[in-house]
Structure formats: structure tokens, C-alpha cells
Design a protein around this ligand. Structure first.
Ligand code: NAD
Length: 499
């Protein structure tokens, strides 16, 4: 049966979700038995029985992770053995892709087709890629002279706390787990309270693949309970955090107030895409802008939510943009043909609608969208929304909306465009469209962003680092650079006596 012939509604009805914690290789209830329910954004159905992890649960998980680390059941396995287990883990993800994709769709509203064709393959590939990397990394011998030998080795940090958001629940978890586990750490993973189920299932698959108990623990719960307890824990050696800039800031505070654990953050964005008048293929630029903006319901940290368009070509570009935006009308996420799904929940939908209201009241021109749709479904659906005539000081030009709303600002000169693009506390990604190779290089160099896309906006690969500058974070997920976050350099000096 292929994805397009599966009756996903029927599968959703048959699915049994398990919201209990995973600690020390076993499912268990929270220490105090507390649970919470959430509603699926696709139709409001209740997804019940999620364990409400709190400080006592985090403490149990950290103890289990510490024990697993200290007795070496994982870190002292050879790289080849760790690789074998992680490859088996990736294979389990592939084997259970339908189930995991369905969980993702029910939990946070993305279309089942996108979960299947993007999130699941990317999650499995991430784990497999780090598995493959681990027995190909060499340490160093320093050039110190004949009297001594200095070895520079990479060692796992110890117990890593991974705190992740809801927009790509599995993939964001995998970007942490891949390098952290491959390097030999033990991990306590805290998924978002808005999308806890897939991470719990993921941990079961890791155990089935042979990951020793205690090496990966998952504590669902709320940010100010489970999240804070994990980031404040004195026996956690490092935090890998992906989420908002507001909460990312707290991670450093928690570290400062506890054991000065390492903190790496991947935070929010307000990425600018610059379209210059020497771009011949405006339709292509508009298609890429719409895809970048409306993919995943606009709930992508790197969405090009500020479109900076040179005035001379702005009207032509807008015509093309509006045409492409129409392809992102939301529909039932469980239908295989649906390309745009539901926003994650009611509170977030109201927040995005507030931004739309602010855009209108501050003088932006809403050219399309701006309304809630499919209300009869009981779910959270918004039209793709395009604002023109946006000024740099408006809220919709400055703040991360994290929904299907794009702000178009017009500029006259290259210098003005660069200044506008860099006038943001964020620096996650940027894009530019120009057929002038000199301008492309010149502007790419001056844009303050972790990644700059030139004449495309969708290139992405596990081999390439992902992360930001300024208030978009200080870490890099993906690629071999991610090992820097989960390892510490050790120097070992050995005396060599002369003969
Ligand atoms: P969020 O910051 O609200 O939550 C992220 C995680 O932190 C969740 O697990 C949450 O429970 C936890 N948390 C919340 N408050 C906490 C607290 N006081 N102490 C400890 N933990 C706490 O973010 P979100 O709404 O889940 O995700 C959306 C944000 O994530 C956006 O800003 C988006 O740009 C960002 N994001 C960034 C990247 C990246 O790679 N840069 C990728 C995906 C998402």
C-alpha cells in the first residue's frame, strides 16, 4: 500500500498513543502520577494521558543517564559498535515511518504527505549519517617535539539535556540525538508539550535497536517544569536547546544559576530575502519565496518572512508571489494530497491572528489571506497571508510570527536593502536573488546570517551546518561541526625518555 492509498483517518482511529515517560529503558508514569491532555490541531480531538514530567522525573532520568555514562555501557563501546546500533536505530525509524508520520500529523498538524516525504527520511538520514561518521573521526597528535607526546582527543560531555520545539518534533530531536549519541553521551530529551508523542516512540525504537537502557531518556512535560528542571540540574553537563529566543535566553540564566553547564542554542529568526531588479527569473524567486514562507504552515525558523523587493520590479514580483501563495490553501492534513496543514494549536493560531491584526492597524496592505478557515473542522487553519507596504518599524517586520504571514518591504538601492536586512536582532538565514555575480558575492558577505542562500532558498543537507548569529543562537546543528557541542577536547601529555 502506498501513502496515497492509505486511509489515514482510519489509521488515526486505530492508533494507540503512549504518553508515558521513557526512563532507564522502561515506560513509566510520572512520579506523582500527573498527566495532561492536548488537542490535535487537525480537528480538536483529545490526545490524552501525557505524563507530566516534573523535577522528580527529571532527576530520575538524569540519574539513569549518569549511571549509564559512568559505567561505560555506551561510551566505551567501540565506534564500530555504536555505529551498528545507530544504523539499526535509523532502520527502525524507516520501518515505522508511517506510524511516526501519523503521530507527527496528529500532534502538530503538518500534512501527512510532508511528514512522510520530508520529516521521516530526514530524521532517519540524520541518525544514519552520524552513525556512519563515528568510526571515521580521528583525534590529533600535537607537533610538540621528541621529549613528549601530546594527544588531543575528543571525549563525550557526559549527560546532555536536549530541549526541543514542536515544529519538526522528530527532526529537531534527531539533530541533537545523532551527534550526542554517536559521540558517546547519555541524553535526557525534553520534547515540547505541544508535540510529545513522537519523541517517546523514537526512544522505544532506539531501545529496540540495541541502545542500552539509560542512554536515552525522554521526559515530556511543560517548559517551566520539566524544561527548567533539566536545564537547572547540577548533574547535566550540557544543554542543546532549540526554541524561541525568549526561552533560549533563559538557558544561559539557568546555567549561570546552577553548574555553568555548556549551553548551545538554535533560536528564532526573521529571515530576509532580497530580490534585486537584475534577477531575470522573478517567477522562480516568487515561487521560492512562497515555498520558503508557507511550507510547514510558516512554522519554520528559517522562513523568509521579510521579503525585500527592489521597487522597480516590485509590482511584477508581487503578481507572481500572489499566484504562488494560492497553492498553499490549508486542507485536511490526513488527506495525502494536502500540502498545507493546521497550525500547532489554538493559542498559537490566536497569536498569529493578533499579528495579522497588528499588520492591518499599523498600515500594512493585506493583499491576500488573513483569515481563519475550515472552522467547522474543529482545527486551526489559516490562509496564506501576504502583507505589502510594510515599513521596517512595524511589528510584522520585526517580530517572529511563526505562521503563514509574509511581510513585503520595498527598497531602492543595494545599500538600503542590506541595511534593512541587517536591521534585526535575528541572524538565522538570508536569501538574495541577483544575476550579477559581483553583487551576489558582495551582498552575501555583508548579510549577517548563519546561512545565505543565493538564487534559491531550499538547499539543505545533513552535511551542512545549520544555525544562526546574533539572537538566533550560538550553536550549529548538522554536519561534523555538531560534534563540537557534545564533546570536550582533552589533552593527554606523555613523557618520552631518551634512550
Ligand atoms: P519555545 O521556546 O516556547 O519552547 C521550546 C522548548 O523549550 C519546548 O520544549 C518548551 O517546553 C521548552 N521551554 C519553554 N519554556 C521553558 C523554560 N522556562 N525552561 C525550560 N524549557 C522551556 O519554542 P517553541 O514554540 O516550541 O518553538 C518555536 C521556536 O523555535 C521559534 O522561535 C523557532 O524559530 C524556533 N526554532 C528554531 C530552530 C533553529 O534551528 N534555529 C529550529 C526550529 C525552531
Amino acid at each position: 500500500m502506498t501513502a496515497s492509498t492509505i486511509d489515514w483517518h482510519q489509521r488515526a482511529g486505530e492508533l494507540r498513543l503512549d504518553g508515558r515517560l521513557v526512563v532507564d529503558g522502561r515506560r513509566r508514569a510520572a512520579c506523582d502520577g500527573a498527566t495532561f491532555d492536548k488537542r490535535s490541531p487537525i480537528d480538536g480531538r483529545v490526545l490524552p494521558g501525557i505524563a507530566r514530567g516534573r523535577a522528580a522525573d527529571v532527576d530520575l532520568a538524569v540519574r539513569s543517564a549518569r549511571q549509564a555514562f559512568e559505567d561505560g555501557r555506551w561510551r566505551f563501546q567501540s565506534p564500530a559498535e555504536r555505529k551498528k546500533v545507530l544504523l539499526a536505530f535509523a532502520q527502525r525509524i524507516v520501518a515505522c515511518a508511517d506510524e511516526l508520520a501519523l503521530i507527527e500529523t496528529l500532534d502538530m498538524g503538518k500534512p501527512i504527505a510532508r511528514a512522510l516525504d520530508t520529516d521521516l527520511p530526514a530524521t532517519a538520514r540524520t541518525i544514519a549519517w552520524y552513525a556512519e561518521a563515528v568510526d571515521k573521526l580521528y583525534d590529533e597528535v600535537a607537533p610538540t617535539g621528541p621529549h613528549a607526546l601530546a594527544l588531543i582527543t575528543r571525549e563525550p560531555l557526559g549527560v546532555v539535556g536536549a530541549i526541543v520545539p514542536w515544529n519538526y518534533p522528530l527532526l529537531m530531536a534527531a539533530w541533537k540525538l545523532g551527534p550526542a549519541l554517536a559521540a558517546g553521551n547519555s541524553v535526557v530529551l525534553k520534547p515540547s508539550e505541544r508535540s510529545p508523542f513522537s519523541a517517546l516512540r523514537l526512544a522505544e525504537l532506539a531501545l529496540e535497536a540495541g541502545l542500552p537502557p539509560g542512554v536515552l531518556n525522554v521526559i515530556p512535560g511543560f517548559g517551566d517544569e520539566a524544561g527548567e528542571a533539566l536545564a537547572m540540574h547540577d548533574d547535566v553537563d550540557g544543554i542543546g536547546f532549540t526554541g524561541s529566543t525568549r526561552v533560549g535566553r533563559r538557558m544561559f540564566e539557568y546555567a549561570g544559576r546552577s553548574n555553568l553547564k555548556r549551553v548551545y542554542t538554535e533560536l528564532g529568526g526573521k529571515s530576509a530575502m532580497l530580490v534585486f531588479d537584475d534577477c531575470a527569473d522573478l517567477d522562480r524567486a516568487a515561487r521560492a519565496a512562497a515555498a520558503g514562507m508557507f511550507y510547514n504552515q510558516g512554522e519554520s525558523c528559517n522562513a523568509p518572512s521579510r521579503l525585500l523587493v527592489q521597487r522597480r520590479i516590485a509590482d511584477r514580483f508581487m503578481e507572481a508571489l500572489l499566484a504562488h501563495a494560492q497553492h498553499y490553501q490549508p486542507d485536511d492534513p490526513l488527506l495525502p494530497a494536502t500540502g498545507m496543514g493546521a497550525l500547532v494549536d489554538e493559542a498559537h493560531t490566536c497569536r498569529v491572528l493578533d499579528f495579522i491584526k497588528a499588520g492591518n492597524s499599523e498600515g500594512g496592505h493585506c493583499l491576500t489571506g488573513g483569515r481563519r478557515v475550515r472552522e467547522g473542522s474543529g482545527g486551526c487553519y489559516l490562509e496564506p497571508t501576504v502583507f505589502d507596504a510594510v515599513q521596517p518599524a512595524m511589528r510584522i517586520a520585526r517580530e517572529e510570527i511563526f505562521g503563514p504571514v509574509v511581510s513585503v518591504l520595498r527598497f531602492d538601492s543595494e545599500a538600503e536593502a542590506v541595511a534593512m536586512a541587517n536591521d534585526s536582532p535575528y541572524g538565522l538565514q538570508a536569501g538574495l536573488w541577483s544575476d550579477d555575480v559581483h553583487r551576489a558575492h558582495r551582498v552575501a558577505r555583508t548579510l549577517r546570517a548563519g546561512t545565505v542562500h543565493v538564487n534559491q532558498y531550499d538547499e539543505d543537507d545533513i552535511t551542512v551546518p545549520f544555525g544562526g548569529v546574533k539572537q538566533s543562537g550560538n550553536g550549529r546543528d548538522k554536519s561534523l561541526h555538531a560534534f563540537d557541542k557534545y564533546t570536550a577536547l582533552k589533552t593527554t601529555w606523555l613523557r618520552i625518555d631518551p634512550a
